[in-house]
Write a protein that binds this ligand. Sequence first.
Ligand SMILES: *Cc1c(COP(=O)(O)O)cnc(C)c1O
Length: 351
Amino acid sequence: MTTKAPQQFASDNYAGICPAALDAMLAANAGSAVAYGRDDWTQAASDAMRAAFEADAEIFFVFNGTAANSLALASLCRSYQSIIAADLAHIETDECGAPEFFSNGAKLLTVPTQGGKLTPDAITAIATSRDDIHFPKPAVVTITQPTETGLLYTLEEIREIAATCRRLSLRLHMDGARFAQAVAALGCTPADMTWRAGVDVLCCGGTKGGMAIGEAVVFFDRALADGFDYRCKQAGQLASKMRFLSAPWVGVLTEGRWIGYARHANAAARRLGARIEAIDGVSLLFPVQANAVFVVMPPAVASALRDRGWVFYEFIGGAARFMFAWDADLARVDQLADDLASCAGASGRNA
Ligand SMILES: *Cc1c(COP(=O)(O)O)cnc(C)c1O
């Protein structure tokens, strides 16, 4: 525990706390404050979110993304309804049934996709496939921005999906676990990517953006937030010392720091992606659009890379996933690219 291990890029959750969030937590730790979110920090964080989104939104701070998504989706549908999602959506593959659990049984209707992006046609097809009483009536569509595969929906694509939702009387939820990375990559405003495009509720990631803990649930239509405070409490998501969940938002939203951190993460991913394109025998599974890089490589290369100490997961299409955070050390990114080139070269000579 005393020696610092070399930086790994297996997950953007490996990163520590960014300075803006940590400084705010330390500031919030000076003295005592009112509990359960009735403190000045939580008020300031909510106001800062409303300013960042240019909207009079209702804001809630919860501990993690699974809770944010599950509780937000539960508030958008009834137990006999359904949620349309991509097959690769985190709510389907990585939340252990929490959306179904917290919605008392609403069903996820997953759609096969190329890389995790839903389309208006796919949404329309599944939403209109049945209208009888035996089928759970679709109530909401969820999209992940950027996707679990590191792809982005363009603003136009979000607007088209939102128009489809309106046509079919569906609500639109956005899983923005890496929302800042998407904003940084598209160079748009948070408002353009959400309510102005037709998103009803956003789960806005804090953890992967550099906080210790915490996500924000942003209701652009305040009526949809009715009872959400009770929902959070019942689910064990009402922090008694709420200021430590909310203060980091004040820190990262100040002067747009969250977007600066995200820009760095995206740049690290692009740097690795560009190197990989020049290496024979390995390739990118998806174009690098945010902070993720998925590398297709022969098993021998993957194992040689592990032998050199690199840690990574292979859970989407068998490709090695590398994720970059606010703290990515670009020298270490270059080292990864060098090792990959050398392992792929050695494997090519042996073949
Ligand atoms: C990380 C992540 C979440 C949140 O996961 P938690 O571990 O519950 O915080 C949600 N959606 C996506 C797409 C994610 O990558």
